[in-house]
Write a new protein. Structure first.
Length: 237
C-alpha cells in the first residue's frame, strides 16, 4: 500500500468553494466546475488528469486494448472537453456524452470544424438511457460522485447493453469513502462497497501528481455482466 497520499487539487478547491454548491443539482454542480475551472488545470477544464502529460500512458495503451477486445464502438461517458481522446486515432464509432451543455456545444463545433470526429450528446450518466456501444469509457468520473450516484451510473451502464466497462480505480487504496457530488476522493473498485472482481486488464496511468503519491491510478477493464447486480451504499466503510 502507498503510505504517502498528498492532497489532491480537485478536492482542496472543492472544499474551499463548497458553500457555492449548496442546493445545486448534479448538472449545475458540474457546470459550475467547468465555468470556474475549479479543478485548476492550465490546458483543460476537465482537470489535471486530462492534460497531455497525465494521459500519455492511456493514449499509448487504450487503442491496442480496444483492438484486442474487438470493439467497434466506444462510449466516452463523460467526455469532458474531449481534449486528450480527440488526439487518438481510433478505428471505431465514437460517442461522447457529458452533463454540461457548454462542453457538448464546444465539442460539436470542433467536429464541424474538422478538429474532432464522432458525435457528442448531452446526457447524465446517473439518469439517462445511454447509447449502445461495445465499450464504455468512464475515466475520472466516479471519483467525483456520491455512492448513490455511482450506483445509478452503474445501473445505466449495465442497461446500455455494453460488453465492457473501463473505469478509474486505485488498486492500492483502502478503504473507500463516500463524498459529496463534485468533490474528489480515490476509489478502489475491488473494495467495499463495490466488491467488483479482479479487472480483466489494468492500464497504469503513471500518475505523477503528488510526487508519485497517486502512482497506482489506473484504468481497469471489467465485463459488465460480471459485476454485482446490486450494491448497497447505505453506510460509509
Amino acid at each position: 500500500m502507498i503510505a504517502n497520499r498528498p492532497p489532491v487539487l480537485a478536492h482542496e478547491r472543492f472544499v474551499a468553494d463548497r458553500e457555492n454548491f449548496a442546493d445545486l443539482d448534479l448538472a449545475a454542480r458540474f457546470e459550475r466546475i467547468e465555468q470556474t475551472n475549479l479543478w485548476g488545470a492550465a490546458t483543460s477544464v476537465s482537470g489535471l488528469g486530462s492534460e497531455n502529460p497525465a494521459t500519455t500512458a492511456i493514449r499509448e495503451e487504450l487503442p491496442p486494448l480496444l483492438q484486442r477486445l474487438g470493439a467497434r464502438s466506444l462510449l466516452d461517458a463523460p467526455c469532458g472537453d474531449a481534449g486528450w481522446i480527440g488526439r487518438l486515432k481510433l478505428d471505431l464509432d465514437y460517442t461522447g456524452i457529458d452533463i454540461v451543455p457548454s462542453l457538448i456545444e464546444a465539442n460539436r463545433r470542433r467536429v464541424d470544424g474538422g478538429e474532432l470526429s464522432g458525435r457528442f450528446l448531452l446526457a447524465d450518466v446517473t439518469r439517462d438511457a445511454l447509447p449502445r456501444a461495445d465499450v464504455i469509457l468512464c475515466r475520472d468520473c466516479l471519483v467525483h460522485l456520491s455512492f448513490d450516484n455511482i450506483a445509478r451510473a452503474a445501473s445505466r451502464f449495465a442497461d446500455s447493453g455494453a460488453r465492457f466497462l473501463l473505469v478509474t480505480t486505485f488498486p492500492e487504496w483502502n478503504p473507500n469513502h463516500d463524498c459529496e457530488d463534485g468533490d474528489w476522493r480515490a476509489l478502489n473498485m475491488e473494495r467495499a462497497p463495490f466488491n467488483w472482481p479482479l479487472p480483466r486488464a489494468l492500464i497504469n496511468e503513471r500518475c505523477e501528481e503528488g510526487d508519485g503519491g497517486w502512482r497506482d491510478k489506473s484504468l481497469g477493464l471489467w465485463r459488465l455482466d460480471e459485476l454485482p447486480d446490486r450494491v448497497r451504499f447505505a453506510t460509509d466503510v
